[in-house]
Each structure stands twice: as structure tokens, then as C-alpha cells.
Design a binder for this molecule. Structure first.
Ligand code: V47
Ligand code: SF4
Length: 363
């Protein structure tokens, strides 16, 4: 039985590494298999075709400027209503100060995401990026998920094209991949009904790519979604990538249930994390980079995932509130040397990259 299953998985793996493309049904077959070693073998083969022996990381810092959010998604432990005691908003000066603090660590990227705040004006966000770019002209600013871009269009009465163009003008470099969750109306209606759905998220990414703004893509997994919905999510990303080529990396985000309205769920397992990364590599054949976010799955599992198709383990991060509000047990910061050690110890060549995967240093 196991041998028979293995041969089906191997056949599908062979199909992808020889330039073929998986159908929805085939992708689901991979996900339903427990043969992670065969999945890993082919995931790694495909990774090698794309990035050889290199594994990427970045020296970056995350900033979450506000936790006040109108959407209050059920899976989110980070957000607050305005009147809650631990609700916060950083002033633009505070955000710039945090950016400057990290300049001494030679960061190449600032990663900025926050809630959809009910009263902050559009100018707050535009001024934030303008001031950061003025203060740190050589640092790439990756900021605001498609959810926030949609919100900015609403509060400014502008089109998404206008919003994106204005942000690009003041120094926005790229968009992070958050806010995609799972592209299923069923799950959205159950747990994040106030937030933009798949069509709008994809429309915003397409508009960004058409303006020369690259982005990442994520998928939040391990909550109320089905395997079919995960595969459908990946397929829709693959379709848009065929059209624009603007996605840099795909990052599966492992759901952390603590302090959320879905805290009856038990969270993902290591097996599921690894399988998701390997399947993503094989399904998303037109993505160069599959990233394991060590903050969510831990540095050790992120290291192991390098043998399953992953070629990027994110960065130094420094401060992370979204997953840590939901019970993440990882540190918030990891030293560059530790990332290098993890990559080397798995037999790969560590390459420090910038946001757009220009290679800065090889170790
Ligand atoms: O959109 C919220 C997710 C995302 C939880 O682009 C949760 O390089 C797990 O998008 N458990 C924000 N996840 C983070 C994000 C991201 C992270 C790292 C790298 C990149 C990139 C993007 O975090 C949200 C949501 O999908 N999230 N709550 C939770 N309880
Ligand atoms: Fe708001 Fe994002 Fe949290 Fe949803 S996940 S409540 S949009 S901060």
C-alpha cells in the first residue's frame, strides 16, 4: 500500500521537475499523502533547479504601527478596539525612531503592517512612508498588505491605482504578502467577513505588479479551512503569477490559536507545516521563492524545511507582535549569525538578500 502510494507521489513529483504542471486533483493527492520524504525529495529537486545550493535570508525589522483594527478577524489575537487598555498607535516620529534604531544593524528592509484604524487619516500612512524614506533612503520599505491598501482607497476616495502610485512616489518599495488568508468565501464568511475577499486581494496585487511594485503572497493555514481550499488558494496565486510575474515569494503562515476566537483549535503540527511547504513548492511552479517564516514554525523546523523545497528563511525580524500575541513561543529576534549557521548546517550556501532578492553577501 505504502509502495503504491509512494509511486503515485513520485510520478507527480517527476511530472513537476520535468517541467509539467499539477492539476487541482493531483495537487490534492500530494497533500493527502503522508509520504513527506518523497514530497521533500521532489520539492528539493525543484528548489535546486531554481536557486541551486543557495538559501536566502534578510537583515530586516518588522514594525506594527497600530493594533487598532476595524476588522477583528476571528483568527487574530493582535488586534484591539480603540477603547481597550492595550490598544496603541505609534506616531510617525516613533515609527521613524524604530527604523533609525535598526539602521545600526545594517538592515536592508523595513516590514510594516498594522490594523485598519477607524480614524487615522490617509495622510498618516503617506507621511509615514515619506518620512521613513527620507530618514533611511537606502532601506527598502515593504509595507501594507492588500487589506490596508483597500482600506486606504476607501478612506481617501481614491482608486487602488492612485493609492499605490502615491505610495510608490513617496518611497514604498513593495507589498508584503499578508491579508490573503484563504481565498474561500465560505471561510471568510465564518471568520473574517469584514475583510476584503479573494477577488479584491488579487485585484490589488495585480494593480501593484502592473505599477512595477512587487509583492509576496501568503496563505494562513491550520484553522477552519479544508485541504481543497488550500489547493484552490495556491492555484489562484499560480494563475495571477502567470499573468504578472510580480510575486517574489510564497509564505505559508501557520495558524496560532492562543488568545483568538478560534482558540478551541489546536494549531498546526510539524508534519503539516513541512508538507504544506513541500506541496507549495510543487504546486507553485512559477514562484522562485518559498519562504519558511521561522517566527511561526520555529528556527529548527524552518531549517529542516530546507530539505523539502524551501529556499528562504526570512530574516532577523527584531520585533513581532502578530504571532506572539497568539502564543508563538519563538524569540522575536534572531541574530544573523544564527541564520547563517542554520543554513550552513543543512548543507546550503547562505546568501543575504535584499527584499527583491538581489544578492548582498554570500557566506
Ligand atoms: O495577514 C494573523 C497572519 C499575517 C495570526 O510578506 C496570523 O514576507 C498565524 O503577512 N496565527 C501578517 N498567523 C503577517 C504576514 C507576513 C509575515 C511574514 C512575512 C511576510 C512577507 C508576511 O499574519 C496576517 C494573517 O494572515 N496572522 N493572526 C495568527 N493567530
Ligand atoms: Fe485586523 Fe489584520 Fe488582525 Fe484582521 S488580521 S483583525 S485585518 S490586524
Amino acid at each position: 500500500m505504502l509502495i503504491k502510494e509512494k509511486s503515485v507521489i513520485a510520478e507527480l513529483g517527476e511530472k513537476v521537475v520535468s517541467g509539467g504542471r499539477l492539476t487541482k486533483k493531483e495537487a490534492l493527492k500530494l497533500y493527502k499523502s503522508n509520504d513527506i520524504l518523497t514530497l521533500g525529495y521532489y520539492g528539493r529537486e525543484l528548489k535546486k533547479q531554481k536557486t541551486g545550493d543557495k538559501v536566502f535570508f534578510i537583515t530586516n525589522r518588522h514594525i506594527n504601527h497600530t493594533n487598532i483594527c476595524l476588522n477583528r478577524c476571528k483568527f487574530c489575537a493582535f488586534s484591539r478596539d480603540e477603547n481597550e487598555p492595550d490598544a496603541y498607535v505609534m506616531s510617525i516620529e516613533e515609527v521613524v525612531e524604530k527604523g533609525l534604531e535598526s539602521a545600526k544593524d545594517n538592515i536592508s528592509e523595513l516590514h510594516i503592517v498594522g490594523g485598519c484604524h477607524p480614524t487615522l487619516p490617509y495622510s498618516y500612512y503617506l507621511d509615514m512612508i515619506r518620512e521613513l524614506h527620507k530618514a533611511l533612503p537606502s532601506v527598502h520599505i515593504q509595507a501594507f498588505t492588500a487589506v490596508e491598501i483597500d482600506y486606504f482607497a476607501q478612506i481617501s476616495n481614491k482608486s487602488i491605482h492612485e493609492v499605490l502610485a502615491e505610495f510608490k512616489d513617496v518611497g514604498l518599495g513593495s507589498l508584503p504578502g499578508g491579508g490573503a488568508e484563504i481565498f474561500s468565501e465560505r471561510t471568510r464568511a465564518l471568520a473574517w467577513e469584514k475583510k476584503v475577499g479573494a477577488a479584491r486581494w488579487l485585484e490589488i496585487m495585480e494593480a501593484a505588479h502592473n505599477l512595477g511594485i512587487n509583492s509576496n503572497a501568503t496563505m494562513l493555514y491550520g484553522h477552519i479551512e479544508t485541504l481543497e481550499e488550500r489547493i484552490d488558494h495556491m492555484m489562484r496565486l499560480r494563475d495571477l503569477q502567470d499573468k504578472t510575474g510580480g510575486f517574489k515569494a510564497f509564505i505559508p503562515l501557520a495558524f496560532h490559536p492562543m488568545n483568538t476566537e478560534l482558540d478551541q483549535l489546536s494549531g498546526t503540527t510539524g508534519y503539516e507545516d513541512i508538507k504544506t511547504l513541500a506541496v507549495a513548492r510543487l504546486v507553485l511552479d512559477n514562484f522562485d521563492h518559498i519562504k519558511a517564516f521561522w517566527i511561526m514554525i520555529g528556527p529548527k523546523l524552518a531549517q529542516v524545511s530546507l530539505q523539502f523545497g524551501v529556499d528562504d528563511i526570512d530574516g532577523t525580524v527584531v520585533e513581532e507582535k502578530i504571532t506572539h500575541s497568539a502564543g508563538a513561543e519563538t524569540e522575536e529576534y534572531i541574530e544573523k549569525n544564527k541564520l547563517i549557521h542554520l543554513i550552513k548546517d543543512a548543507g546550503y550556501t547562505p546568501v543575504e538578500r535584499d527584499t527583491l532578492y538581489n544578492e548582498l553577501n554570500t557566506f
